[in-house]
Write a new protein. Sequence first.
Length: 268
Amino acid sequence: MFPLHDDILPRTFPWVTYTIIGLCTVTFVIQSLQGPEDTKVVEAWGMIPARVMADGAQESEMLVERPTIVQTNFGPQIVNQVRPLMPAAISDWATLITCMFLHGGLMHFAGNMWFLHIFGDNVEDRFGHLLYAMTYICAGVIAGLTHLVSDPGSLIPTIGASGAIAGVMGAYIVLYPKAVVETIIPLPILFTSFAVPAPIFLGIWFLLQLIHGASADASSGGVAWWAHVGGFVAGLAAAGFLMITHLTNPPVDEHRSMVFNKNPSNPY
């Protein structure tokens, strides 16, 4: 399932959401300017579980196999070479934050930014800019810690905003339980979109993360499923706490979008 849009119009301009998208775009462009074999930015700023757990104690002894350009009789060639792991550009633990702004490819980047664009503006509207920014960063850190616990010896760089965005999605399901998401659902003989209640859309998404996390081999790399789970739960908890303590902005019924021909007097 792929979301096209929801039916909630925010009341305020989502400055924080668009700033995050801008920062991720800048870092993605910087990454794109490197060759496909150049992993300097990813290794320096990504979160590598084994490096974080070592916290500088044994980093020089960590060896990784990475693509490297070498000169041969037939010209430059890309080969896999074993070399020492590059140290982090900042504190190892601080990479739990910087890794949120890096991505592994165009589809990874575009998918994350699209999900953030759809769900982030509405969560920012209810939380306010400051609480939203704090929740986003905290959810991302908790997502990284969840992945760290699931595979503490991994030498594979963990990058991407998906853990933090999962937190935004977790908060959304609490804040807008009656929202609707226009969703593309590819079927064997039909490729069309459907209006899906947000709790169902997000609930299915979360269930898939749990299934993949339970069945995947964390040491083989790929998607950090447990990071998504940790981020989503963090967002759920944050939204629940802020609503109980009345720190969220109240919903305003007339800001429901008419794109689905819903009655704007309906509550969220």
